[in-house]
Design a protein around this ligand. Sequence first.
Ligand SMILES: Nc1nc2c(ncn2[C@@H]2O[C@H](COP(=O)(O)OP(=O)(O)O)[C@@H](O)[C@H]2O)c(=O)[nH]1
Ligand SMILES: [Mg+2]
Length: 317
Amino acid sequence: MNLLKEIRQGRPRAIAKAISLVENNGARAQRLMKGVFACRREALVVGITGAPGTGKSTLVDQMIGYLRAAGKSIGIVAVDPSSPFSGGAILGDRIRMMRHSVDEGVFIRSMATRGHLGGLAKATGEAIAIYEAAGKDYVLAETVGVGQDEVEVVKLADLILVVVTPGAGDDIQTFKAGIMEIADIFVLNKADSPGAEKTERQLRAMLELSFQDKGPPPLVKTVATKGKGVDALMTEIGRLTGARNRRAQEERRKRLLFWMLRDVTREKIFQLISRHVEEIELKELVDRIYRRETDPYTVADELIGRLSLKKKPGKRG
Ligand SMILES: Nc1nc2c(ncn2[C@@H]2O[C@H](COP(=O)(O)OP(=O)(O)O)[C@@H](O)[C@H]2O)c(=O)[nH]1
Ligand SMILES: [Mg+2]
């Protein structure tokens, strides 16, 4: 049967196959993605980020439980940096969500940071689109909030949760750089640990300061291991994504589509160039740039110029 049709029916094997295809970024993936896009289905995409060990996977597991009880279907992408430990981390995520692995309404997929031709954010964005085409109501994207790659990934979400834990107050400076300003909801997980109240106070003070203009994002306390605070978190998610905020969501989606268009166009232009320019010449050009005889800007102009010449043979200048 046709792969797209099987995806639309929500068949797990078809979803798995489709995600592998986009990870490998071949011509078949492109054809498939055109069909996926035409499906016009949308999920609510929630990004969950935070340092390793803050309890993201445990929280995701609880969110799955909550959403399944409400009859919702869910796709999960767990993005892990491909350090020597990633195998272990991904395995850990899998184990923490294991109780859902036999549930047809839940699909879990891990993606490693490196080894993606065309970029991790692109592959993850495509995986999300595949889940949407498969009719998932929610997509939960767990990512470690460290590198630039992960920040790009979490920006694909309609709503972003930043998970912190007690004691995090000590390195609050690290949040300031990068991840903090993209949070829609702060989750203070491990609220059962010592120092939770102190961290809460510090966090609230910091948020008040940093979000003076638009007001601080909500802070929800959870104990993921016991499912405490999960109702409150889900209520907050519902509130922020409700009808009143529909416009903001639309704007965000459009911004993403613009990025996607930019990435796809960029990639296609480079593919075109690669078709017209021998690899050996590209290597020589890089050598010349290395020797500072020329620069990437000049070379790019030159290469693009050649493309337009190829298009209109005979019509020079
Ligand atoms: N005490 C306590 N431990 C938790 C809580 N949530 C998660 N943990 C533990 O923290 C560890 C890391 O959790 P995990 O979900 O893998 O974190 P991740 O790396 O952010 O995905 C595990 O041993 C969890 O059992 C919590 O609310 N309280
Ligand atoms: Mg995890």
